[in-house]
Design a protein around this ligand. Structure first.
Ligand code: PLP
Length: 418
């Protein structure tokens, strides 16, 4: 039994009452993006209908109102992750941009030839490809923490992997492709012992469990608004105070400067120094509304709900023959994500069949192609849960899977028959 009043929550999300192919929508693709409650949609409408204007530069009422609400939303982001200050709460487009910002600024001044960046074998492309560029351009070396057979991090060789040449450990808190929760706090301590910094990709954790940057001890934390009930186009990069104070600007132009001459410029205060040009005002304010909504539920309760629903799913999936579920068996070590594979049928075919029943899941490489190769599968199918999902929806998924798998098992080579 969940402590969330899921039926009441569902009424806050207009999209959940729609049908797909004449069936009620069962939305289980939350790791890709979440749905939006009415208060978030309303915040966008209120901004555009009520006080749309540019921020930080206006002397008129509308501009001051917009500035106030934009900065209030930044404060909500800071409070949500336990950041003691807003200096290091930089508003960006998404997790991807946040990580690129670190790679284009901090890494340029702090990583040189022969230095090492320690990643894991389960990283999203967003936390891999930017570091490949740093490695190529600056002569750094990428190392990878391998996986155990249960797809958790294998930390047995850490003494070699994390050493005096390591400048940065960058890893995901919760894997979007496996569901595994990684021990970021312990890894942060270990990183700091060798003088390295730690970047946590919080895209799949900040929306789902209580994340406190001070308790976690991370230097950088990246996350996206659209996965936490907020709009697309807005994300956050948190940077620890002592680090952000010494970081060079990323993009240059209006708003990020204090004084400009024809041949030079000085930089604005933190964090505006990292927000060149007109920012995403409306979506930032709406992200603030999403955070208010999550806070009203309570992140501990959100996590409990997801543990309950994930346990229910793990149990139900055991009834499915020949289906491999990735990630640890212990629900305490996983987020609300079930990634699975059945050799009888390509995940895309499975996704297509489920779609006809109104069930939205993800099928593909989940932006983790090297991981798929490691797992020896072309892709996986993935169901991912959030505050509005019910155990009943999990049962609908599993029943549909049973039917689909029976059907595909009868057809040769796992391809669909005529
Ligand atoms: N990292 C992880 C673990 C993710 O799941 C995602 C989203 O798919 C990202 C990074 C990238 O997020 P975004 O596409 O919002 O930049």
């Amino acid at each position: 039994m969940s402590m969330l009043d899921v039926e009441a929550i569902r009424k806050d999300f207009p999209i959940l009452s729609r049908q797909v192919y004449g069936k009620p929508l069962v939305y289980l693709d939350n790791a890709a993006t979440s749905q939006k409650p009415r208060c978030v949609i309303q915040a966008l409408v209120e901004y555009y209908e009520g006080y749309n204007s540019n921020i930080h530069r206006g002397v008129h009422a509308l501009s001051m109102e917009a500035t106030e609400r934009y900065e209030a939303a930044r404060q909500k982001c800071a409070d949500f992750i336990g950041s003691p200050s807003t200096d290091g709460v930089i508003l960006v487009r998404n997790t991807t941009e946040a990580i690129n910002l670190v790679a284009r600024t901090w890494a340029r001044s702090n990583i040189g030839p022969g230095d090492e960046i320690l990643l894991t074998e389960m990283e999203h492309h967003s936390n891999l490809v930017p570091w490949q560029q740093v490695a190529q351009e600056q002569g750094a070396v990428l190392r990878f923490i391998p996986l155990t057979p249960e797809q958790t991090l294998d930390l047995s060789d850490m003494d070699r992997l994390l050493n005096s040449r390591t400048r940065l450990v960058a890893l995901t808190h919760v894997s979007n492709a496996l569901g595994t929760i990684n021990p970021v706090k312990e890894l942060g301590r270990a990183a700091h012992r060798v003088g390295a910094r730690i970047l946590v990709d919080g895209a799949q954790s900040v929306p789902h469990l209580k994340v406190d940057v001070q308790d976690m001890g991370c230097d950088f934390l990246a996350f996206s608004g659209h996965k936490m009930l907020g709009p697309t186009g807005i994300g956050v990069l948190y940077v620890k105070q002592e680090v952000v104070e010494r970081m060079e600007p990323f993009l240059r132009g209006g708003d990020m400067v204090r004084e400009v001459w024809y041949d030079k410029a000085t930089w604005n205060d933190l964090p505006m120094r990292f927000e060149a040009g007109t920012p995403n005002i409306a979506d930032t304010i709406a992200l603030g509304a999403a955070i208010d909504y999550l806070q009203s539920l309570g992140m501990e309760v959100v996590r409990e709900h997801e543990i309950a629903i994930t346990q229910h799913a793990l149990d139900a999936f055991q009834e499915l023959e020949r289906v491999q579920v990735f990630g640890p068996g212990d629900v305490a070590q996983r987020g609300g994500i079930i990634s699975f594979f059945c050799s009888d049928v390509h995940p895309h075919d499975l996704g297509t069949v489920l779609d006809r029943e109104g069930i939205a899941i993800r099928a593909g490489h989940h932006c983790a192609m090297p991981l798929m190769r490691k797992l020896g599968v072309p892709a996986t199918a993935r169901a991912s849960f959030y505050v509005y999902n019910t155990e009943e929806e999990v049962d609908i998924l599993v029943d549909a899977l049973k039917r689909a798998l029976r059907y595909f098992a009868r057809t040769p080579n796992g391809t669909r028959g005529g």
